[in-house]
Design a binder for this molecule. Structure first.
Ligand code: TNX
Length: 541
């Protein structure tokens, strides 16, 4: 009798607990699926329709792709989802209509923009359509942001992986959305640059400009001029040991970036900012004497000897070797702050270098001073404007039919301090809080320069004060996220007061990705994980 009584009791308890667990789970599901779409997608997508249910990613889900070319993207998605879910989602080619309960990646000409995508989430499956693989990649980045933030963690989580249902149609406002990293002032190595590429691609940034040479260091192996790296790469600002990319490493980086739809644009800064080269080869100096290595932070004191033949032989070799490793269309030739080069010589020099770049099948990008020269067709001029009088460089460029790449120092320079208490960074272009970096638009920044003159946006990080990845992350995040949105989302759909809330809700993702971001007081940082739990328990009362 006693045993029967006990068994009934156990049965009753277990019925009660399972029902209440189920109920809790259901509440949790509803709480998540109701809210997810309005949440924190950055950059903000062009259009979004919620349909009030959700798709559950589970161990039986599969990733299907419509054509063999898409296999790498399907594998990328599977790899992305594996650590936190613990699921090893199989990838399968499937030319016909998507089968139910799976994720289907397919290409279609009905999407107009080369980077656009349409993401459709139903209870019984997810379809990402795009014109080109890049669009699928961006659809995947959006999908990632629709999953709980813990999807970014490296260990298996005991979560229910729900994605709210609905349709997102999206495309970028500008085709060039970039960041620049100065690996010359302080050398930043292969694995750190790879991490930076990963983080940038999460926000749909498609270009990484690497500033590979400056007074303090030469960071890319050039086989025909080996002393550039063995000597010229041997130090950095502050006298540390410096470093450089071998060609093998550089190619690996280019490939890694390509797999994430990021084009690397290499920069060799000239005729100024060249002390590392002038120190490595005496013949590049007008007086034939090699300079000393430099580990300070002054600018504007060095120049190639612009009327020596050997200078152009040197540049031809460097550009040839660089072009061979560059699948992208552009090579950046610097051209900034050449205060030690007389302007007449500067113009002759830039004209000659543009021809060398063209000879090796590439187009020229250069800082806005290059607009003083005769610009080759398709050259891009990067507006940075040392001061407001320098807007004239951008106007000169547009008169020559060049496109402008927007990097105004007062808004887009990631090495400017946030406020006067910021330890890292510089302040010559002013203090740049997170709102200042976001609250502007490309087409309204320079009088008379309109959207059709502008190719896009790039946020440079100069590394005079940046010694390692933690420093880099502190100055870059969260400002670069806003830069990504400026390039992607039309100005008419952007507003700081709305954006700051979205950014605040992005906190969990930044934390899960272990990013050392600046905790700006202007952003209402908010953890969605705890928010959901609070909501579920309230709902259940
Ligand atoms: C200006 S912007 C420079 C760099 C410095 C930077 C520091 C530009 C084209 N040149 O050489 O590193 O300021 O903010």
């Amino acid at each position: 009798m006693k045993t029967l009584y006990n068994s009934i009791l156990i049965l009753l308890i277990s019925i009660i607990t399972t029902t209440s667990c189920k109920k809790e789970e259901k509440i949790k599901k509803i709480a998540i699926s109701k809210d997810l779409l309005k949440d924190n997608i950055i950059p903000k997508p062009a259009s979004l329709t919620a349909t009030g249910s959700s798709f559950e990613l589970n161990a039986k889900s599969e990733i299907h792709y419509q054509h063999s070319d898409l296999k790498p993207i399907a594998e990328y998605l599977s790899g992305l989802l594996q650590p936190a879910t613990g699921f090893k989602l199989p990838v399968k080619e499937m030319s016909s209509m998507p089968s139910t309960d799976h994720i289907f990646l397919s290409l279609t000409d009905s999407i107009p923009n080369n980077e656009g995508y349409q993401l459709s989430i139903k209870e019984n499956g997810i379809v990402i359509n795009a014109k080109k693989p890049a669009g699928l990649f961006y659809g995947i980045q959006t999908l990632r942001q629709l999953l709980p933030a813990s999807i970014e963690l490296n260990e298996k989580q005991d979560n229910t992986w729900l994605i709210a249902s609905g349709t997102i149609k999206d495309e970028p406002s500008y085709s060039y959305r970039g960041a620049m990293l100065d690996v010359a002032r302080h050398f930043i190595g292969l694995s750190d640059v790879k991490r930076y590429i990963d983080l940038l691609s999460f926000y749909k940034i498609n270009t990484l400009h690497l500033h590979l040479s400056d007074d303090q260091g030469w960071r890319i192996e050039i086989k025909s001029w080996p002393n550039l790296t063995t000597h010229g790469g041997s130090t950095e600002v502050g006298g540390g040991e410096g470093g450089f990319f071998t060609q093998v490493q550089y190619k690996e980086l280019v490939k890694y970036a390509q797999e994430r739809f990021i084009t690397i644009i290499p920069e060799i800064d000239m005729p100024g900012h060249t002390n590392a080269a002038l120190s490595s080869y005496s013949e590049l100096n007008c007086n034939g004497k090699a300079t000393k290595l430099y580990t300070g932070t002054r600018v504007g004191f060095s120049t190639f000897c612009t009327d020596k033949e050997i200078t152009y032989k040197f540049i031809d070799d460097v550009i040839r070797e660089l072009a061979e490793m560059t699948p992208g269309e552009y090579i950046h030739i610097g051209g900034d702050e050449s205060d030690a080069t007389p302007i007449k010589e500067y113009i002759i020099f830039i004209n000659k270098v543009q021809k060398i770049v063209a000879k090796h099948g590439k187009k020229v990008l250069g800082w806005d001073e290059i607009a003083h020269a005769t610009l080759a067709p398709n050259s891009i001029v990067q507006y940075w404007a040392r001061d407001s009088t320098e807007n004239k460089n951008a106007h000169m460029a547009v008169k020559q039919n060049a496109k402008i790449l927007m990097s105004p120092a007062t808004k887009a320079y990631l090495d400017m301090k946030y406020d006067k208490t910021t330890k890292l960074g510089l302040d010559w272009a002013g203090l740049t809080e997170v709102d200042v970096a976001y609250n502007w638009s490309l087409e309204n920044h320079i009088d008379g320069i309109k959207k059709e003159n502008i190719i896009g946006i790039e946020a440079p990080l100069w590394t005079e004060t940046v010694e390692n990845m933690k420093d880099l992350e502190y100055l870059v995040f969260p400002r670069v996220i806003g830069i990504a949105e400026i390039g992607w989302t039309p100005t008419s759909q952007r507003d700081w007061n709305e954006y700051k809330v979205r950014l605040g809700k992005h906190k969990d993702r930044l934390d899960a990705l272990d990013i050392n971001y600046y905790n700006s007081k202007l952003v209402p940082w908010k953890s969605i994980v705890s928010d959901t739990i609070v909501k579920s328990s309230k709902d259940s009362i």
